[in-house]
Write a protein that binds this ligand. Sequence first.
Ligand code: BES
Ligand code: ZN
Ligand code: ZN
Length: 499
Amino acid sequence: MAIEVVVASAVPSDSEALGIPVFVGLRPVDGTRSVDAGECAKRGFTGALGESLVLGASDGTLEVLVGLGEEDRVDLEAWRRCSAAFARTTSRFHVVALNCVGVSQERASASELAQAMTEGALLASYRFEEFKSAASPPLLSLLALVSSETESMAKGVSRAKVIVDAVSLVRDLSNRPASVLTPARFAEIAKGVATRSGLSYTALDEHELEGEGLFGILGVGRGSANAPRLVRLEYAPQSDEHVPLVVLVGKGITFDSGGLSLKNPDAMMMMKTDMSGAAAVLGALQACSDLALNCRVIGLMAMAENMPGPNATKPGDVLRIRNGKTIEVLNTDAEGRLVLADALSLAEAEHPDAIVDLATLTGPCIVALGLSIAGLMGNDDRLIDALGRASRRAGEPTWPLPLPEGYRYHIESEVADMKNTGTTGQAGAITAALLLEEFVGKTPWAHLDIAGPARSREDVGYLTKGGTGFGVRTLVEFLGAYEPLGGQAGRALGKAVLR
Ligand code: BES
Ligand code: ZN
Ligand code: ZN
């Protein structure tokens, strides 16, 4: 059951527990309260971010101290995690309240703070139970944020609800088994989203993909009984004025067995989540429309199942991509770049102000940045900076990696324009992105390799085990503030001459 989040000027009379945010040093944010330091010390509560401590109050209700961390380091992400810890601690109650009195608005507005708190609580309460025969115990049903600034807080709460709906959609899609979520099924779901949120929708089936010359997507999908699709969604704001156009591109491999270059069983186990880039694009489009952002957005989702069936692409085969360039496939497990090559070619043909792609693209990106941080690459420093800023505000960490032209030799092919593998053990996230760069022309383009953060190994903070929905919040932040940079792509990063 979904939690209802409301803003209230006083603690509701039926509230069973009151959350009290506390800085390190046991200083409550609401300076008028006192905290039982002895009890905290005895039970190991310090106010560190993510801690919580349940205490009995004199009137028989419960107080829950929730840690916010060091006062001078509190940001929106701290509020998300603090409220997530509160929601987890009180998940077996029905009605609870979180005290937001005294919350400083020096660094963020009341609306932004309310948005962060709502996101944290709702995202931490996400459950995927489609395949559970018994429902889990009832969850929290009402969370009241207690503040005198009810009006601006309420704005943040409703914005957060739209964002959490989109993130939950993405988590559901990532968590759904590949036998259920085929490319065709994904397209049907996208159509439903389009209808509900007023987006225009088209999808190309396997015959239309051939007619359009999308042989990268077809080449990856041809070993599977479940045919590939290219899904296109478009959001256009109501206003008549000229608005910028951003194309979002997503890798949508509904299952990555590796194809004939078969993965080993351990590496294959979680490959139903290899469509998380495409799902994030779908979620972002839903949210853009529901928030009525003033930016035109096209989403291109390249959907295929990578299987080693009798008709599968074989190592050594050459695929001709939509823009006419050819790729020699030496490892069928490097399939993401093949479907993205087609989708990026289509994106460029829309003549947008910017292209952003999201993909669970490479294991090497996990080696470089670990499981929590996405790799951020591209051909335009200003676009990369704008996405980096958006990701920090959203609490979705990214880190830039260079795209040196001097590494282009890693993908040179003897028989085609390029090959789909680099050199084992050397900059695999970068050489994959260098291939993508071949398909965007001079359009400013950024690439997020989300192989690590698309999935969480545990329930932690506001993440839940399984699909995380990574990327939606960054894209919504980015598109909400997007202003065209103008002109062609330009970069200094990675330009250095390599020896
Ligand atoms: N989907 C994988 C990348 C991946 C790995 C995502 C682990 C999430 C977790 C991708 O298609 C892949 O298999 N990439 C290969 C590329 C290699 C064959 C050049 C890889 O990462 O090893
Ligand atoms: Zn693969
Ligand atoms: Zn893959």
